[in-house]
Design a protein around this ligand. Structure first.
Ligand code: NDP
Length: 251
């Protein structure tokens, strides 16, 4: 792939992300609390999560390391950040969910697989072949340092918030109102953390493909946060009125 082909692919990818955003504002993706029939064949919830996320674990490092740029400590750190997230998401998070009788439509799994393959490829090909090689001095560049801090902050918020939710689930199959920490301010701190994480990755790599990935993450999760927030308000009469959906005090 050439530079210009990458930019065309990214422009198309942004267009698909925009369409996805508007569709998800209208249709609640049928997994988790919105799991429902009528979406074709299904797989187990846990297996679905693993199948969806596994491609990201392999595609990104394979394409990056197979590229023309020489591997370096900098590219190893980019891969490390990516893998800390995706090894957890593909192998640890589904096990932490505990057993569930819930099903997930194969359609959701396949669309996430396509997303992860395309996204892993675009990010890997940019960092492994199309960017100039990152010199060691990149590790002292304010963009790398600031991006890494933002990435770790987002990852921490995401992991912490998912842990609170999974602990609520331990009390049974039903849903409860999460309390404390970031949940005092917003309904979906796990989604905010995930968006912040990939914004951080985009800053630390200074990569257009990673910027588009951050945009896609928001396109997926902003509509889901709006839906979850409405769902909490409809489901729990006492749901705190001051709590926002995704951005403290604002939204
Ligand atoms: P949710 O917040 O809907 O659920 C997270 C887990 O907690 C699920 O196991 C869920 O169970 C359980 N849970 C959620 N709320 C409650 C509650 N109030 N009471 C009891 N249990 C609860 O997150 P998602 O499943 O949508 O996403 C999971 C992770 O994947 C998140 O970290 C998210 O950021 C990430 N993600 C990333 C995307 C991206 O585009 N990068 C897209 C989608 C998700 P159940 O499944 O039964 O509802």
């Amino acid at each position: 792939m050439s530079q210009s082909e990458l930019y065309i692919a990214l422009a198309v990818w942004v267009g698909v992300g925009l369409i996805t955003f508007f569709v998800l504002l209208k249709v609640r993706a049928p997994y988790g609390r919105y799991a429902r029939q009528g979406w074709g064949p299904t797989v187990g919830h846990r297996q679905g999560w693993m199948l969806m996320e596994v491609p990201a674990v392999f595609v990104f490092p394979a394409v990056l390391l197979g590229g023309a740029n020489e591997a370096s400590l900098v590219s190893a750190l980019f891969i490390l950040a990516w893998e800390v997230h995706y090894v957890h998401r593909a192998f640890v998070f589904p096990l932490r969910m505990g057993p569930s009788r819930k099903q997930m439509p194969l359609l959701i799994v396949l669309s996430a697989v396509v997303f992860n393959v395309v996204n892993g490829y675009l990010n890997g090909v940019y960092l492994g072949s199309l960017s100039a090689s990152y010199p060691m001095s990149w590790l002292q560049d304010p963009r790398f340092i600031a991006g890494a801090i933002v990435f770790v902050a987002g990852l921490t918020l995401n992991l912490y918030s998912d842990t609170v939710l999974l602990q609520l689930r331990k009390n049974g199959d039903g849903y409860g109102v999460p309390e404390g920490g970031p949940f005092r301010l917003i309904s979906c701190p796990n989604y905010l953390g995930e968006i912040v994480e990939w914004v951080g990755f985009a800053i630390m790599t200074w990569s257009p493909a990673a910027a588009v990935f951050a945009f896609w993450t928001a396109a997926n999760l902003v509509p889901r946060a709006v839906a979850n927030h409405e769902w909490y308000r409809e489901t729990f009469e006492q749901y705190p009125k001051s709590r926002k959906a995704l951005v403290p005090f604002l939204f």
